[in-house]
Design a protein around this ligand. Sequence first.
Ligand code: 1CP
Length: 386
Amino acid sequence: MPAMNQPAIRVADLLPPDHPLVDGRTTEAPLLRAAAGRSVPHTPVWFMRQAGRSLPEYRRVREGVAMLESCFTPELVVEITHQPVRRHGVDAAIFFSDIVVPLRAIGLDLDIVPGVGPVVAEPIRDAAGVAALRPLVEDDVAPVLTAVRMLTAADGPLVGTPLIGFAGAPFTLASYLIEGGPSRDHARTKALMYGEPALWHALADRLAGIAGAFLRMQVLAGASAVQLFDSWAGALPAADYEALVLPHVRTALDAVADLATAHGVPRILFGVGTGELLATMSSAGSEVMGVDFRVPLDVAAGRVRPGAGLQGNLDPAVVMAPPAVVAARVEAVLAQARRSGRGHVFNLGHGVLPDSDPEVLTRIVEQVHAAGPVPGVDDTPDPGPW
Ligand code: 1CP
């Protein structure tokens, strides 16, 4: 109930009338219901990296087109985002893009090199480099937002399937910028964080602004949920994460906090190897915590804040195992989720491995759906006035 003198936030105030969360296309989608801990007809399921090299139809449309070029070509983004939804019948589309797209969009000289990942021409290691990171404005990512609008239009391909927008979290983005590319130990990043905390905070603050703005733009253009990828946060001890990273994650998530409150846009926060960080990460306020494959979901539930939902967490390598093993492991994840008592979004514990057989992924979706309804907070009997 809103406080006496504060007008309630009206739905129409924040999102356009044709947004899927306003015209109702995605409001009751299993993804959104589960994220809010409500009952679902079946556990929602989607896969990180569901759009990508595991799909022959993806490899076909990407032939001869560079990764970043494809990210700025709306027709390609729409087709690639839709492919796994069409093929697997997943309960969410993840927007086809990359965490470095907004950085490229503000003019950084970087590329995504096949078989390597993002590579930055001039790594950022001083105040002048940080100063070059200007805020992101809509014009910078116009083709990207066009793709979001095409996907989520009333006559678009996704119909009632929610689109998840995403961004890279400050530490994960900073690691690519400071190291100049993918890194196993994030040594330069840590050296800068610990050795020059003021410079670190300035860099992370700018990245948080960019990430938050990008999440917000994607929701306003039609996304119904967001995921912040802090993929490499697991490289940090909890105390360092809390002091040096958490405030910036909070800034990025806060950029869409009003949309989460007024429209139920779930904010999912994910990282790899974050078992020791789940409690502190969860204090950033995300509605859902992504859990990698190392921590059982019922154990994770004891670490994340009360009320938060869980997303995960089948080991992506299990997809390569014989069918009976896959089925048993999927059932184990569902059983752990039921024991957790939390809203659950089924996913892998990290991205789909490129050599995965897409037919196995389709069977996993079928199995998760066939497992049937899951109760939620809306089923809790009314305890009455006592
Ligand atoms: O040419 C190609 O096909 C390049 C492979 C590829 C793809 C398909 C890259 C390079 N990025 C992507 C798309 C992508 N990246 C998506 C959308 C597809 C989907 O999920 O279905 C998303 C959500 C990302 C996000 C992303 N990019 C993350 C966070 C997710 C995660 O895996 O933890 C990270 C860390 C990146 C950086 C990146 N981009 C590409 C690669 C190979 C990497 C990782 C490099 C490294 O090991 O550091």
